[in-house]
Design a protein around this ligand. Structure first.
Ligand code: PMV
Length: 341
């Protein structure tokens, strides 16, 4: 019997991935950029045990047994095993053993808080540790579990390059800058609603690809320019530019969701109030001090610098006093850990 345990962090996109050109291999229409958080806060922990005595594969997610007949899960497993089979140094003797996977998120699953990103990054990393395959090869496999998962395998600010090969071999994640590059950067997560989202990102983006004209414009005319400008903002530690692009990209992504037919409505009234409060706050200060971004859910992620955290927390508590915002997670430092076995 052999067992490994790994922990993987969540990542929060500042330039969003939305839309696939190949649904089977999960190849995106555009590049995206995110920051990987620290595993002290939002993370997935997965233990995989392999044994010649197990009669079947099993998976338990947050204490509930799920079906192993999940296409993406099976694909990640077969891809890792295929690579292990090709390399001499891997543990080939255990490739035929069944496995039991036990995975826990320390935050709400599927509430638009990137649980699939940390979940599949963790699964693939743990499988790689189990069979002994090279960690460099993993982002293209994690991508096939959930697109955004490929970014959670690196710390700091990370770019997922869409690539141009039909087989997806160059659709991988790379680190733009390490976490040490901009140590003052912080993230606040405002949990507006932790219920499971109504429209999954898989269904939402496939409907957007079929119906949204705005998505075509976003992909052809906006994202590449923003990727370039945001990369420069990161290298220059230019918060003004970083914040502007982050907010504009989030707004455009949600505009695409509304341009989808039927529309995908992820933000709610409280989300929109948060947007207003942030714009007011930045206006009063005459500069961008805080930037918001929203994934496929109503919860806000605020990017800001350490020195501004106390004042922004004060304003958030003042503006949302009645538990409208259920909890505020203060992410200290982006990011710290790579998953470890
Ligand atoms: O990787 P998925 O299928 O969970 O899609 C993630 C989509 C967004 O979170 C909205 C954007 C992103 O780049 O993470």
């Amino acid at each position: 019997m052999l067992s490994v345990t790994c922990t993987a962090p969540v990542n929060i996109a500042v330039i969003k991935y939305w839309g696939k050109r190949n649904e089977e291999l999960i190849l995106p229409l555009n590049d995206s950029i995110s920051a990987t958080l620290s595993t002290e806060h939002l993370c997935t922990t997965t233990t995989i045990t392999a044994s010649p005595n197990f009669t079947e594969n099993k998976i338990t997610l947050n204490g509930v047994e799920e079906s192993f007949e999940n296409k993406r899960l099976l694909r990640c497993l077969s891809e890792v095993r295929r690579r292990a089979d090709e390399h001499d140094k891997c543990r080939k003797e255990i490739l035929k053993w069944n496995i039991h996977v036990v995975t826990e998120n320390n935050f709400p699953t599927a509430a638009g808080l990137a649980s699939s990103a940390s979940g599949y990054a963790c699964l693939v990393y743990a499988l790689a540790c189990l069979y002994g395959i090279e960690k460099e090869e993993l982002s293209a496999i994690a991508r096939q579990g959930s697109g955004s998962a490929c970014r959670s395998l690196y710390s700091g600010f990370v770019q997922w390059k869409k690539g141009c090969h039909d087989n997806g071999s160059d659709s991988i994640a790379i680190q733009i800058v390490p976490e040490t590059h901009w140590p003052e950067m912080r993230i606040l997560i405002l949990v507006v609603n932790d219920a499971k989202k109504k429209t999954s990102s898989t269904h939402g983006m496939s409907t957007s690809v079929k119906t949204s004209e705005l998505l075509k414009y976003r992909v052809s005319s906006c994202v590449d320019k923003n990727i370039e400008a945001l990369t420069k903002a990161l290298h220059d530690k230019d918060f003004e530019l970083f914040g502007k692009i982050t907010m504009q990209d989030s707004n455009q992504f949600h505009a695409v969701c509304l341009d989808t037919y039927p529309p995908c409505v992820y933000m709610n009234d409280i989300s929109h109030s948060i947007v207003n409060v942030i714009h007011q706050y930045n206006k009063v200060h005459g500069e961008i001090k805080v930037a918001y971004t929203f994934d496929a859910g109503p919860n806000a992620c605020l990017y800001l610098l350490e020195k501004d955290v106390p004042d922004v927390l004060r304003i958030i508590n003042y503006a949302f006093p009645n538990d409208n915002v259920k909890s505020v997670e203060y992410i200290k430092g982006i990011p710290v850990d790579l998953p470890e076995s």
